[in-house]
Design a binder for this molecule. Structure first.
Ligand code: NAP
Length: 282
């Protein structure tokens, strides 16, 4: 068996960010991204800081709205409406998760679909299912697809198994693979004999949130393995949903954690913001 290729998400994301920076420099509109952060979850604060830094490096203007954990849905809605009406803002991102008992699902639907750079409004999810390319595609699945394409251009007829069926990742990922003419299996917590299902995958995408659940024996030799999971182990190190050491030597190509899908998410957020800005101008 050949060697397992490491899919370097950091490098692919860097190239994408550089392309975007060059594109932004040539635009006669400055793309703007608004981030709404509610509460003081430390992980969310780090994510928001990283997003704002990435925007600056690429020439995107960022707008930030910070609300206390006690904020009401009406107050968050007012922030969304203000950004909806602000012509300098082309993308709006509501940082998730929201503090209890706020309902993210209802709030997200108030973001104008053309500014919904997370691709989570019903309009954008519906466009993805309908194959209408005018919508904004959720960032993490979009980035995962770019990584798959970085090692294999023609996905037609391949069997893709996506473990996880969340609205944020699993469902849109399955749709993107279907649009590439893959035969797609959506696996989840009720799937019977998951190892056997995974073993049939030419492309295996794991998005569960369980440290190193996918073992080497579950992987078809030569398969492309995309590990979306981000799990913090005892001692603080990060690991994915796939046992990376076991998978190496079986898979044809695999994304590491960290340094695989993670960096693609922010890069695709910037890409969606630039796309939204270009469309707003037309
Ligand atoms: P989620 O909403 O919690 O969904 C998890 C999915 O996994 C559900 O569909 C669930 O099935 C399924 N599942 C749970 N236990 C399972 C089991 N034992 N066997 C098979 N399926 C099982 O999570 P998510 O938001 O999609 O995120 C998944 C992971 O990706 C997390 O680790 C998250 O941190 C990571 N993530 C990373 C990025 C990034 O930028 N790299 C972005 C988003 C998410 P049911 O539907 O039946 O409950």
């Amino acid at each position: 068996m050949g060697e397992t290729q490491n899919i370097d998400g950091k490098a692919v994301a860097k190239a994408l960010r550089e392309d975007l920076a060059a594109e932004v420099a040539g635009l006669d509109v400055r793309p703007g991204l608004a981030v709404i952060l509610v509460g003081d979850d430390p992980a969310s604060q780090v994510y928001v800081r990283n997003k704002i830094k990435a925007c600056a490096a690429c020439g995107i203007k960022s707008f930030e709205s910070r609300l206390p954990a006690q904020a009401t849905e009406a107050e968050i809605m007012a922030e969304i409406e203000a950004f909806n009406d602000n012509k300098d803002v082309h993308g709006i991102l509501l940082q998730l998760p929201l503090p209890y008992p706020l309902n993210a699902d209802t709030l997200i639907q108030h973001i104008k679909p053309e500014k919904d750079v997370d691709g989570l409004t019903f309009i954008n999810q519906g466009k993805l299912i309908a194959g209408d390319k005018s919508g904004l595609v959720p960032c993490t699945p979009q980035g995962a697809m770019m990584l798959i394409k970085s090692v294999e251009q023609d996905l037609s007829g391949k069997h893709a198994v996506v473990i996880g069926r969340s609205l944020l990742f699993g469902k849109p990922m399955a749709q993107l693979l279907l649009a590439e003419n893959c035969t797609v299996t959506s696996a989840h917590s009720r799937t019977r004999d998951l190892p056997e299902v995974c073993k049939q995958a030419d492309i295996l995408v794991a998005a569960v949130g369980r440290a190193e659940m996918v073992q080497g024996a579950w992987i078809k030799p030569g398969a492309i393995v995309i590990d979306v999971g981000i799990n913090r182990q005892e001692g603080g190190t990060l690991c994915g949903d796939v046992d990376y050491d076991q998978a190496r030597g079986v898979a044809g190509a695999i994304t590491p954690v960290p340094g695989g899908v993670g960096p693609m998410t922010i890069a695709c957020l910037l890409k969606n913001t630039v796309e939204a800005a270009k469309k707003a101008k037309n």
